[in-house]
Each structure stands twice: as structure tokens, then as C-alpha cells.
Design a protein around this ligand. Structure first.
Ligand SMILES: NC(=O)c1ccc[n+]([C@@H]2O[C@H](COP(=O)([O-])OP(=O)(O)OC[C@H]3O[C@@H](n4cnc5c(N)ncnc54)[C@H](OP(=O)(O)O)[C@@H]3O)[C@@H](O)[C@H]2O)c1
Length: 332
């Protein structure tokens, strides 16, 4: 049986989830792809850390060792920050590998360049996991866009912020106490700035804008407001009027212009996000034929994020098969 050789870059929450899912779903993947999926290499920062990885797999902190492997089909990346991720994925594409990423910061900054490079090298880039974790919003938008015109996309795209707002309302806590709890539960980083100030949601919104409208607004024009100014008293006042604060990222198109914002919004009971609580994410798409669609689900975590990356693995592998068929058709 032929084999699909995969390298995983990063072996933290997401990378380990991808590794475990490939192991646990080998039979299903083989049935869908007609090939065995084999992890051949893992990139980490600290090689000395103990990890549950088969000793047949190359574990290295030097990406050159991975890129020099004679047989490598797919590179799946789950590192934090733009570098070395961007450089590694560029090299992988130039070698002819499909690439899949969960790294929204890198992809928001460099997605366009990676997509162009991938097109030139006849490979594909999967990035479903960069937005809303396990919710298949990228593929859903692609399907919708075959016949619909998208008018707007709104989302609760950061589970940490949503958890803090829920916790403050339900358990009558201050912002500081709710943030501490989020950190204790592993939902927030030691430095939570990106989550609570809307930066993480901003990167995800820009990725959605590119898919929904084919372009992004000027980044400087996007209003970004976090949740750190929302006090328990404000939440209580809103509750008395039947309203809830939700941290909502929105993008819409008017004429040729794209408008984006990320800010706390007071919403009423009938709003599709009213009951989105805790670390859940949700995305609402308004489009001309189908109208309003809302998807909700886990926005982060080991297995929801791995699920999105494995969906991409199936997608890019089938794309490769399609490309091979097309070039075969051209030769006959
Ligand atoms: N966590 C989630 O639920 C989630 C959801 C969606 C998307 N994402 C995105 O997925 C990516 C990974 O997130 P995570 O939560 O899995 O992070 P994490 O737990 O901190 O793991 C990061 C991994 O990357 C490795 N790494 C970091 N810098 C490196 C470098 N310079 N060279 C080689 N390896 C390096 C680390 O190696 P060591 O183990 O040796 O330190 C670690 O294994 C991020 O971009 C994040 O935004 C995460």
C-alpha cells in the first residue's frame, strides 16, 4: 500500500492532538485516502523534553533535517508565532509538499504569500484550524460561495474572552477573578493580551474576510476593542434589561468596501449568539440566497483543533489526486 508521509511541526496541545488522531484514526484515513498516513518527523524547540512519540520517528529541533527527508508529502504546522513557521512552510511548499497550519498569527500575516507560492508549486494550503478551532467554517464558506454572495460574517472567535464574560455574569465575578480562573483552567495564557484585547479575534477575522470577500479591509481601519473595560457592574446593568455582552468580530461588504470591527456588543435574546457560553465559539454568515446560518462548537482544544487539521489533510490529499488526474488527462 502506498504511504502518505507527514511531518508535524510543533508538539504542544495541537501538534500532539494531530499525532494522536492520526494514530487512532489510521483505519478510517486509510479507507478514505487509499493510503496509509505515516508520521515521519516532528519538529520541537526542546529535543530533551520527554514525549510519547514512537522511536521510529525523527524528532528534531532543526527543520533542515526534515526538509531533507527524501519522501515527504505533507507538513502540518502548529507552532506559536510567525517565525520560524512561515520560513518552514515556504521551504516545504518549494519542495512540493502540501502544508496545513493552525497558526492564525502567521497565516493572517503571510497567508497570501503562502497561497501564491503554493499555486506556483501546484500544492495546497490547509488552514481550517486557524479560525474557530473545530468549527468547519472555512469549508462551509467555500461551499456557500459556490452559489451565494456573502454579505456579512460575525463571530465569537475567542473562547477565552467568551469564558471570562460568561463567568462574570453567571458567578458574579470581577474581570480580574474571571481572568485568573481562565488561566487556572488553561484557557488563557500567562500573558493574555492577545485574547482579551481582541488581537487573536482580529487575525481570525482577517482570514475569514479573505475567504468571504476575496480581500481584507485596510488593517488600520478595523476597530479593535477588547473586554478588559467590561466591569461586573456593567454586566449586571445589562442583565436587568435582558441584554448580554458578547465579544463580537464582524466583517461586512458595502459596495466595494470591507468594514471590520472587533468589540463587546450588547445583544438581545433573539440574537444567535445570546446562548453561546463559556469557551464555545460561533460564526454567523448572512448571504443572499440561503439567508442566515450559524455554526457553533469548540473553538480550541487538542482534539477539536486536530479534527480541523485532519479534515485538511484529507482535503489536500484528495486535491493532489485530482491534480494528478488532470495532468494525466492532458497527456492522453
Ligand atoms: N491550543 C489551541 O486550542 C489552538 C487552537 C487553534 C489554533 N491554535 C494555534 O496552533 C498553534 C499551536 O498552539 P498550541 O496551543 O499547540 O501551542 P503550544 O502548546 O505552546 O505548543 C507549541 C509547540 O511548538 C513548538 N515550538 C515553539 N517554538 C518553536 C520553534 N522555534 N521551533 C520549533 N518548535 C517550536 C514547541 O516546542 P517545545 O514542546 O519543545 O516547547 C511546542 O511543541 C498556535 O499557532 C495557536 O495559535 C491553537
Amino acid at each position: 500500500m502506498t504511504v502518505l508521509n507527514v511531518a508535524i511541526l510543533g508538539f504542544g496541545t495541537v501538534g500532539e492532538g494531530v499525532y494522536k488522531t492520526i494514530e487512532s484514526h489510521q483505519e478510517e484515513l486509510t479507507a478514505i485516502l487509499g493510503k496509509k498516513v505515516k508520521v515521519v518527523a516532528v519538529l520541537v524547540r526542546n529535543k530533551q523534553k520527554a514525549r510519547k512519540i514512537s522511536d521510529k520517528i525523527l524528532v528534531t529541533s532543526d527543520f533542515n533535517e526534515i526538509i531533507q527527508l527524501p519522501k515527504l508529502d505533507i507538513v502540518m504546522e502548529a507552532i506559536v508565532g510567525s517565525e520560524p513557521s512561515f520560513t518552514c512552510l515556504k521551504k516545504a511548499i518549494q519542495k512540493g509538499c502540501h502544508v496545513i497550519t493552525a497558526n492564525k498569527q502567521m497565516f493572517a500575516h503571510h497567508g497570501k504569500e503562502l497561497m501564491k507560492l503554493a499555486e506556483e508549486n501546484a500544492v495546497s494550503v490547509g488552514f481550517e484550524a486557524t479560525v474557530a478551532g473545530g468549527i468547519p467554517i472555512i469549508q462551509t464558506l467555500r461551499h456557500l460561495l459556490k452559489v451565494n454572495q456573502v454579505q456579512s460574517v460575525q463571530g465569537i472567535l475567542n473562547g477565552t474572552s467568551n469564558f471570562i464574560l460568561t463567568e462574570m455574569r453567571e458567578n458574579k465575578e470581577s474581570f480580574a477573578d474571571a481572568l485568573t480562573l481562565a488561566q487556572q483552567k488553561g484557557f488563557a495564557e500567562a500573558d493574555p493580551t492577545n485574547d482579551i484585547e481582541g488581537i487573536d479575534a482580529f487575525y481570525k477575522l482577517m482570514i475569514l474576510s479573505k475567504i468571504a470577500f476575496g480581500k481584507e479591509p485596510d488593517w488600520k481601519s478595523v476597530e479593535i476593542q477588547g473586554i478588559s473595560d467590561i466591569s461586573y457592574e456593567k454586566i449586571q446593568e445589562a442583565e436587568k434589561c435582558g441584554l448580554r455582552f458578547k465579544h463580537i468580530a464582524s466583517i461586512s461588504k458595502k459596495g466595494d468596501e470591507i468594514f471590520g470591527s472587533i468589540k463587546p456588543v450588547l445583544i438581545e435574546k433573539f440574537h444567535p449568539f445570546y446562548n453561546i457560553e463559556g469557551v464555545e465559539n460561533a460564526v454567523n454568515v448572512q448571504s443572499d440566497i440561503v439567508g442566515s446560518i450559524t455554526l457553533q462548537g469548540p473553538g480550541a482544544g487538542m482534539f477539536p483543533t486536530a479534527s480541523a487539521m485532519i479534515e485538511d489533510l484529507v482535503y489536500v490529499s484528495q486535491y493532489k489526486a485530482e491534480l494528478q488526474q488532470q495532468s494525466l488527462a492532458k497527456t492522453v
